[in-house]
Design a protein around this ligand. Structure first.
Ligand code: PMP
Length: 335
């Protein structure tokens, strides 16, 4: 046990938990607890990597302003690090994101600009187009642009991937990931292609996202909507190598939320909604196996940001996902 000297030193080196109660089929199932990063998510790694790289390249100088379009978790990571390093931070956030994330961002000193969630890429109010425009109009601003920033997957290629490999003594058959920016998938793919090319990548996609269609047919489907936060897209993020994905699972909000609630009840891990999607896909992948497999997936963020939504029976009932407000008993879920 050592003493740390900055909160940024607490990013990464997250534990790996084997799920003994939830696992099914002939799999050993492991959950990488990214919810234990100081900002509460896997995106702390990426925020640190993108700020360090911008400083190294001279794109971000003391007194500068960082601008980003983010669903929240990258923003929390950026806000944590920007406050430590003395940068101003402006975040453009779609208005469907949980209030807890927005309160947390503002409390960290970030300026949060809310924009519409109901518009797609190309619309001026779309959060990424809005942020890019704001960066062009703001003096001394650096646009982080996580969707096109190579320092995003680099964080996973240099830290997440070798950590998993070391924690499992190099024996990993499959990794189940979701795609938001595609940084996790792209970075892990790069590292594993070199060090463990037999490891399969499995996509966990919210029903309504177009990414699973792309894996299965190579064609674009019609995007729908979903309540799970942080993953699923209406376009192909350039940093993800979708063609290198072996299998995709479409997971409904209902299944994702039920699985996340189950994870808390059975394994004691309070994780967010995207974790429910990933874990649902991992369980389905495991059930389909006929020989023993070692499978890794992620607790992408902490569930305390979703206490008023996914973990709130009244909210679940309003969404039509519980027959009546209950105590989280899965038998109450509408089949
Ligand atoms: N889960 C959550 C909760 C997230 O916020 C994100 C990032 N949007 C992801 C998963 C997906 O990570 P990536 O951006 O690396 O694809």
């Amino acid at each position: 046990m050592s003493v740390f000297h900055s909160v940024t030193e607490l990013i990464g080196q997250t534990p790996l938990l084997q799920l003994h109660k939830l696992a099914s089929g002939p799999c050993e199932l492991f959950l990488k607890l990214e919810n234990q990063n100081p900002g509460g998510s896997i995106k702390d790694r990426v925020a640190l990597s993108m700020i360090n790289e911008a400083e190294r390249l001279g794109l971000l100088v003391p007194g500068g302003t960082i601008i980003e379009a983010t669903a929240g978790n990258t923003g929390l990571g950026l806000a944590l690090i920007a406050a430590q390093k003395g940068y101003s931070l402006i975040l453009v956030v779609p208005d469907k994101m949980s209030r807890e994330k927005i309160f947390h961002l503002r409390a960290l000193g970030a300026k949060v600009v809310l924009t519409r969630s109901d518009v797609n890429k190309g619309h001026p109010a779309y959060y990424q187009d809005y942020a890019r425009r704001l960066a062009q109009e703001t003096q001394g601003a650096f646009y982080i642009d996580q969707f096109n920033n190579e320092a995003n997957p680099l964080a996973h290629a240099t830290t997440t991937a070798p950590e998993i490999f070391a924690q499992l003594d190099g024996r990993i058959d499959a990794i189940v990931v979701g795609v938001g920016s595609g940084g996790t998938l792209g970075g892990l793919q790069t590292w594993f292609a070199q060090h463990s090319p037999h490891t399969e990548f499995v996509l966990a996609d919210p029903a309504g996202s177009i990414l699973a269609d792309q894996v299965e047919t190579g064609r674009y489907g019609e995007p729908g909507s979903w309540l799970v936060e942080g993953i699923g897209e209406d376009f192909i993020p350039p940093l993800a190598h979708i063609d290198g994905v072996h299998k995709a699972f479409r997971i409904t909000d209902r299944e994702a939320f039920a699985t996340a609630r189950n994870l808390l009840q059975q394994e004691g891990i309070l994780a967010g909604s995207s974790t429910g999607t990933l874990l649902s896909a991992a369980l389905r992948y495991c059930q389909a196996q006929t020989s023993p497999k070692r499978v890794v997936t992620f607790a992408c963020d902490s569930g305390n940001k979703y206490l008023s939504k996914m973990f709130n029976d009244d909210w679940m009932h309003q969404q039509g996902l519980l027959t009546r407000p209950s105590n989280g008993d899965l038998t109450d879920f509408i089949a």
